[in-house]
Design a protein around this ligand. Sequence first.
Ligand code: AMP
Ligand code: MG
Length: 405
Amino acid sequence: MLSVDEAVARLPTVLDVVEGSESVGLAAADGRVLAQAIAAPLPLPPFTNSAVDGYALRGEDLPVDKEKSFSVIDFVQAGAPADFAATAGKAIRIFTGAPMPVGADTVFMQEDVRVAADGTVVLPFGLKRGANVRPAGEDIAQGQVVLKAGHRLRPQDVALAAALGHTHLEVRRRIRVAVFSTGNEIVSPGAPRGPVQLYDSNRFMLLAMLRRLGCEVDDLGILRDDQDATAHMLKRAAAGHDLILTSGGVSTGEADYVKAAVESIGSLVFWRMAIKPGRPVAMGVIDGTPFIGLPGNPVASYVTFAYVARAAILALSGTAVELPEPVQARAAFTYKKKAGRREYVRAHLRKASDGSAEVIKFPREGAGLLSSLVDTDGLVELREHVVQVEHGQSVPFLAYSSLVG
Ligand code: AMP
Ligand code: MG
C-alpha cells in the first residue's frame, strides 16, 4: 500500500502535461493555466501619481518646524495632465490618481490641512519628502516577468494582466475528463429507483469538483458491474480524453470489476493507498490515457479526489502539484487511530471563547455519510505516525475551500 505522499509523488512521473494552448479573453481567463509567461510591457503605475486627495508641492518647500501657508495655483484631477509645474512656496490641489505636477514630489492629505478663508492652505510640519506619492514602476518594473507559465490564474492575476494592457492570454487547453459511476445499485436522479438502489451522488460531486479545477467534463453515466462492459466503455473513453475518472468498484469485493477491467485493457500503477477514508484508489493507464478509480463511498471519494485526482489534474495542466497546506487549530475532541496510515477527520471549525480557532469532530465516522461532509467545514489531517488526538492539542486543519478548486 502506498502512502499518500508516495502516491502523489508518483503522479507527475506517469502523467504528461497535455499539449495545446488557446488564446482566451481576460473575462474568461480565471482558473486557466498560463501557457506563456507574462512580462510587463509598461511599468505600474505607468506614471507617478498622487496616492491621496490633497495638496502637492516641492519637497524643498516642506514646513520643517512650524506650519506654513501656501497659495494654491492649480487643480489636477485624475485623467488629465497638470498644467503647471510646482514652484517655490506654491501648492497644487491634486486628487488620487492624478499625475504629479512637474517639480512636485510630496502630497499632503486634505484631512491634514486647513484651508483659510482667502483660499490659501495651511500645511502642518513633520511630513516626509515623497509622502503620499506613487512613483512610476513602484509596483511593477517595465520588462519584469509578473506571471510564470504554468501558473493557474486567480482573479488578482487577471487584474494584473489587465493593468498591463493585455486583452487575451495564451492558456493551456482544458483537461478533458471522462467521468463514470459504477455499480448495479446506482441509478441517476430522475431515473426509476428500485427498492434496493441508490441515487448516484458521486458523479455530480466529481463533475462539480472537476469544473472548479477548470476541466472540460464528459458525464458518461453509470457502468454496470460487469467486467467486459466496463473494459469496453473505459477503452472507448480513453480515446478523446486526458483522464478517466470513476468511482466505486475498486476495492477487493467480488463485484469490484473496475480494477479487473483496467488490468485487462491497460495497466495498473497502484490501487491501494494508506488513507482513511479512502484506501482503494486505483491509478492506471489505458491506451496511454491515465485512469483514476476513486472509492465508491462518497466521503472516501471526496477525500481521495482532493488528494489524488486534483493532483493528477494539476500535473496534466502543467501547474505545480502542491498539496493544500493545513493551518493549525485546537482540537475540541479526542480520537484514536492506527499508525501507518493517513487519516482525515471531518470537522467543524468554530471560534472558541478566547477568539482562537477550535475544531470539533463530526460525531460519526462512516465513509458513506454525506451529512458529515455537508455539516462540516474541513478535514483534520492526522499523519501516519499519529496514534491519538487529545483535547486541546494543536492539529492541522484543511478547509474544504482549500481542497477543491
Ligand atoms: P464500492 O466501492 O463500489 O464497493 O462502493 C462502496 C459504497 O459506495 C457502496 O455502498 C456503494 O453503494 C456506494 N457508492 C458507490 N458508488 C456510488 C455513487 N456513485 N453514489 C453514491 N454511492 C455510491
Ligand atoms: Mg460497487
